[in-house]
Each structure stands twice: as C-alpha cells, then as structure tokens.
Design a protein around this ligand. Sequence first.
Ligand code: PLP
Length: 408
Amino acid sequence: AFSADVVPQAPEDPLFGLMAAYRADNDKNKVDLGIGAYRGDDAKPWVLPVVKKAEEILRNDPNINHEYLPIAGLPDFTSASQKVILGADSSAIQEKRITSLQTISGTGAVHLGALFLTKFYNTSSQKYSIYLSAPTWANHNQIMSNVNLPTTTYPYFSANTKGLDFDGMLSALQEAPEKSIILLHACAHNPTGVDPTDEQWKEIAKVMKQRHLFPFFDCAYQGFASGDLNRDAWAIRYFIDQGFELCIAQSYAKNFGLYGERAGCFHFIAAPNDGAETAKRVGSQLAILQRSEISNPPAYGARIASLVLNDPKLFAEWEANLKTMSGRIMDMRHALRSKLEEMETPGSWKHITEQIGMFSFTGLNEKQVAKLKEESHVYMTKNGRISMAGLNTRNIDYFAKAVDKVVR
Ligand code: PLP
C-alpha cells in the first residue's frame, strides 16, 4: 500500500541535514553557523544560571509529581506569559480579553493558531490566505500547508540595501484582500535579522487597520534580540493599543535556553468591545483543538519558566542572563564588521551591526556559501544566513578571513 509513488521519499530537513554534515566533519577549525541556538564563547550550549536555580528549586519541591497538566497548560505559566508579552498593565489583560494556552514551544503555538484560523476564520465560502514575509522561517510554510491554510508572500528583504523593503511590504499590504491574515515577526526577524523601525511599525499598523487585516505575531526572540523584554515586545503592544484583534505565538526556546523542553504559549486577544466574551468562546474551541492534538502540554519547561516569571528576584536574574546572551551576540556583530572592514573585504558590511537577534543575512550567495564549506569547513544555510551565536573570540578571525577569501 505504501509504494514510492504513494509515499515518495521526502527530502531531509535542510537545517538538520547541515547539522549532521557539520558533526561528520573532522577538521579542527570547523565552524557551525547553521542552527539558531545560543552558544557561549566556548562554543558550547549555555544553561542559563537562572534556569539552573529553578531546576534546583523544583528538585527539592516535595509537591512536584508527574500528573497531567490541564489542557490549557499550567495556569501560573500562561498568566505570567501574558504579562511578559503584553506588559503587566496591559488593557487586554485587565479587560480579560485574552485567552492563552500553553503549547509545544513556538512551533506548537504557530500551529495551534493556524489550525484555529483554518477552522474558524476561514469558511466554506470565504478562504483568507496568510501572508508570510519573503523570506521567512522555512517552517512557517510547512506549518500552514499542514493545516491547509493558503499562503502567499509579502516583500520584506531588499537584497540591495540588505535592509527592509518597506515600500514593497506596504504596497503588498495595501493590495491584500481585506481581512487577510498577516504573519509578522515581532522582533529579530528570522532569517534576515532585519526589523521595521517603530515609525515603520506605525505605518504598517495604519495600513493593516485600514484594510482590516488580521495580525498574527510570531515572537521567538523576546529579550534575546535587544536584551530588553519590553523593547522587543514594542510592536505587539503598539498593535494592541491600536485595538487590533490578533494572535501571538510565544516561544521560550531562545530566551530561556529551553529549546528541548518545548515551552511556549499561544495567545488570542479579542478587540476591545465585548472582548471578554469572545476570548472565552475562542478559548473553549482552542481547548478542544489542543485536546485532540496533544491532550495536554509538557510540564517541565513550563514549571521552570513559571518559577522564574513569578518571582521578582529570579525574574531580574533572567533579565541579566538575557543581557549576557544578547550582549555577546552584539559584540560578535561589531567584531565581525570591523574585521571585514579592516581587511577591506569588498562590499559594505554595515548591515551586520544593523541587523538584530540570532541571525545575520550576510549577503553571501549560494556559491560562496558552498565554497566556505569546502575550503574552510564553515557551515551555514544556502541563503547566506549565519547564526551569530556560532561565532566566538576564538573563531571570528578565522571566519572573517574565510569570508574575505570567498568574496574577493
Ligand atoms: N518562529 C520563528 C521565527 C523561529 O525562528 C523559531 C525558531 O527558530 C520558532 C518560531 C519556533 O521555535 P520553537 O518551536 O523551538 O519555540
């Protein structure tokens, strides 16, 4: 029944394939700039000190057991997550027009939102597409097609300026059919590292309001991008202040270093009038979707995050840990740019310090990327994206010289 024409061999996930190739390489200078996971200056994964503390507290808590969490997840976790993303004084929280479910990290939150929109936003007679930025996190396409939510794209990255194609983006939004769903990266856009400025966000919100477009924010890097949780949530909070009805996928993978624990949240925020009643109804349907897919979410990562989020002292330590990670990445951006400029490597490199977050879109082309791998054992995605966290004081010279060589 499952012959190759029915079940063809699927291609390997490009990113995970790249990781395997890196592991198989025995060169002592090899550099891994592929996967978006934080590494310390020693090139090793970093367990946040505040996470270690929370783990210790959990280990010594006699009340911890392995019972199921509720369908919507750990209540202390979801309510604290609302405050982290919207701000503790948010009108949406006060007016109870938010409903939140703990999800399988950010991916699960994007999926749950997409599934909900397919079932309850789209009808048999009217199907709205979700607009994804060009380019976007590759998994967005797969997640949407998995639930049959039609996708289309809006221009985002300008290859010329290596910055935002703001005019292209705005005109696409202006031309999008009313009520279309627009997926927006809340901060630290993956893969480009290019974010709109506050003024540009205001323009985007204005057009989206005029066109009755529905915002779906994907927030995978809050606090990790700038080191400031509030700064990185600015766009989301601005949209809430403008009275949008919207949803948010929130991930704690990067900002807590809880990648494998799958801690995240999906939030639906109803419009101001009559919002509490809408939020309650939406929440009831989300719970049914959640039950059929995962029954209830995993406990461990949410317990760690919840302990930290609900304790002011631990929270402050978390903020310091965020500054450590974002600060090291910013140092690497400055170091890389100045090394390339010192060597007078052809081209402009100022985008390396202008881009933000885990990634930099270097502008290197596919051929140069292939050459970097063959000649210098440097691993990065074909589109020229590098994970900044893979650079450190020991390999940055080597990497800059390797780039210089392939660009000349
Ligand atoms: N969304 C974006 C834009 C991402 O870059 C990522 C992670 O790379 C995610 C969502 C989800 O990650 P996770 O499921 O590990 O939280």
